[in-house]
Structures are given as C-alpha cells and as structure tokens.
Design a protein around this ligand. Structure first.
Ligand SMILES: *Cc1c(COP(=O)(O)O)cnc(C)c1O
Length: 351
C-alpha cells in the first residue's frame, strides 16, 4: 500500500507550444494576431492598484452586465469563468453526473476526454462522417449529456443551426453543451435557441475573437436553471475565480464593438485568401468557419512538413492521432504572416 494508490491519476491535456524565441510566426494555438481593443490598454494604464487589496466581486456582476447588454441575454442566464476551459470543466462537473455515457465526436477538442477521465464521467465518442461532418443520428440514443464544438475543432467545419437544434430537441433529458469558441469568425450561433430549450448551454470565449487568450475569460449562456446549478458548483469550488483587473479588461473589450467586428472581418478575409493559396499548392481542407484551416497536402507528409516549418520559424499544430495525422492545423495570422507561410510552401520540397 502506498499513498500513490489514492492519487487521482490523469493524462493531462497538452496545450500548443508557447516558444520563447522572438521573430517566430506563431500559427499553432489559434490566438488572434491583432491586439485587444484599445480600451483594454487604457484599463491597464489607469487601473487602481489599491483596488487589489479587496476581494473581487464573486458574482462577476460588472462583466456579466456588459455581456448581458452585448448578447441581449438576462444577467441570470450568464455564467463567467476563467477562460472557457474553466467554464467547460465546471459544466462537465455540474451537468454530467449521470450513469449513462456522455457523447462527443471522435475528432474534437482534445480537452473533453481529459475532463471526462478526470471527473470519472463515462463517455463514448461518435465517429464523424468521412467529410468530418456530424451525423445528428449519432446523438439520438440514451446518453448522460452531449458536448459538441460548433464550428468543430480542429476541423474548422460548422454544423448548421437546424442540425444542432435537432440534437438539442431530441435530448430533453440531457444537457447539451455547444462550445462556440470560434463562432465569431463567420459562424451562426445557436444562442437564440436558449429561449426555447432549457437543456442547452452555449459556451463562448474572449480568447480567440477578442484577442484576450492571456486574460482567461470565458462564459456560458443558458436557462436560468442551468446557470443556477453551475453557480452552485462554482461557489462550492472557488468563489473568487475572476480577479478585479480581468473583469475590467473584459468590460473594456466588450465596450468597443466596432473594433471587435473589424478584427473578425480582417481574419475572415485573410482566411479566405489563405484557402485559395493553399488549394493552389495542392492542399485540401474542410471549409473553415474559424480562425484556422485544417489542411492536408496531396503528397507531402504532414509530420515532416510540421517539423520543416518549425525549423523555418513557422509554428503550426500537428496531432499524431488516428484519422487526422495527415493534417496540419494552421491558425490565421496577419496578412504578412500568412504570406510568409505561403512563400515558404511555394519553395518547399520534400525529400
Ligand atoms: C480555444 C478553445 C477553448 C478554450 O478557450 P479558453 O477560453 O482560452 O479556455 C475551448 N474550446 C475550444 C473548442 C477551443 O478551441
């Protein structure tokens, strides 16, 4: 007998690399290439250090108020967490407490199975179709809950709103979590459906479309009942999850809607240009509605290309997993960064 027998053992999620070198082109973690809204810089310049003496508002009232205005959703239907990873982890803990397996796609955000294992939630993955689309029929059987990113990661593919609605409507006895981390890049949110389905939780983040991955702000919207249960678990875990400075940063980011829309528009334009260039170079990919492209070359080996790009200072993401080990996930950077990538590929030869 050793104390190690009592340890909760988990195989942790592996985040994309955050290299220390300057001058690399970082297209590996779906960060936004543009800075946060100018109002955020103003907050950082003028924030009163004295305020840090006191605990933050555990209800995150100011930020929830700003989110309520932005999304036109009542404040008691919004939950805020320290990045959507925190929101999702709390949601797994809160809503996936049944005996039946929860369901999610076989190719998806690689944190889901980590949380399921960590919280000892039984789970079953459902194979995406050959073209990486979701078959709603897979989500019609008995289950303990459902989580689907839409658009999906790392494929970038979006399911139509009526497909998601069919899944939500067919599962009144399960909570259905739709992870909309990338929805702002031209996707269609299922948020309007929370009025009709009390079992639907929509999760979003400031990390991608609002350029605030470094601040850790995520949120969920759903029925008053869902949000109430989520808050009960949160307050039983750590009441002060979000600090005062981050709350102010989040409010500032929401205050400049025009900047937000403009950033998203620029990224979408760069993505569409990159799609054309990649196609011309012999790549194929699911039609991305996100700030990344999941691309496969007709002849080049993906792992080798990943290594060669890295040696040239261009970081992308490679997943050595079944069904997707011939793909690279390429985040959309600035026009200059994408041009540098395309120039490298134009001159690339694989031995
Ligand atoms: C990036 C990402 C998240 C996590 O975002 P944070 O808010 O930074 O924790 C969640 N889900 C998906 C699908 C993502 O790609």
């Amino acid at each position: 007998m050793s104390w190690e027998e009592n340890v909760r053992r988990v195989v942790p999620y592996v985040p994309g690399e955050q290299p220390k070198e300057q001058n690399i082109i970082k297209l590996n973690t779906n960060e936004n290439p543009y800075p946060p809204a100018p109002a955020v810089e103003e907050v950082l310049r003028t924030f009163g250090t004295e305020e840090l003496r006191k605990y933050p508002d555990p209800t995150v009232g100011s930020l929830i108020g700003a989110l309520s205005d932005t999304y036109q959703v009542p404040a008691d239907q919004i939950f805020v967490g320290v990045g959507s990873d925190d929101v999702l982890a709390m949601s797994f803990l809160t809503f996936f407490h049944g005996k039946k397996p929860i369901l999610f796609p076989d190719i998806t955000y690689s944190f889901y199975d980590v949380w399921a294992q960590e919280f000892e939630i039984p789970y079953e993955t459902k194979a995406l179709k050959e073209d990486f689309s979701i078959d709603p029929a897979d989500y019609m059987g008995a289950n303990g809950g459902i989580v689907i990113p839409n658009p999906n990661a790392p494929t970038g593919l979006e399911a139509r709103r009526d497909t998601i609605e069919m899944i939500v409507a067919s599962n009144p006895d399960s909570v259905v979590i739709i992870d909309e981390a990338y929805v702002d890049f031209g996707g269609e949110s299922v948020l309007p459906l929370i009025e009709r389905y009390d079992n639907l939780l929509v999760v979003m983040t400031f990390s991608k479309s609002r350029s605030l991955a470094g601040s850790r702000i995520g949120f969920a919207m759903g029925s008053k009942k869902l949000i109430g249960y989520l808050n009960d678990v949160k307050y039983s875990f750590n009441s002060y999850t979000m600090d005062r400075l981050t709350m102010a940063v989040g409010c500032a980011a929401l205050s400049d809607h025009a900047y937000f829309l403009d950033c998203c528009k620029r990224i979408v334009a760069t993505r569409e240009w990159t799609k054309q260039e990649l196609s011309a170079l012999g790549f194929s990919f699911p039609d991305s509605h996100t700030n990344f492209i999941f691309a496969k070359h007709k002849t080049w080996n993906a792992k080798q290309l990943f290594t060669d790009l890295k040696a040239a200072g261009i970081y992308v993401r490679y997943f050595d997993k079944p069904r997707i080990n011939e793909y690279l996930r390429i985040s959309i950077g600035t026009d200059e960064e994408m041009k540098a990538l395309i120039d490298f590929l134009k001159n690339y030869q694989q031995a």
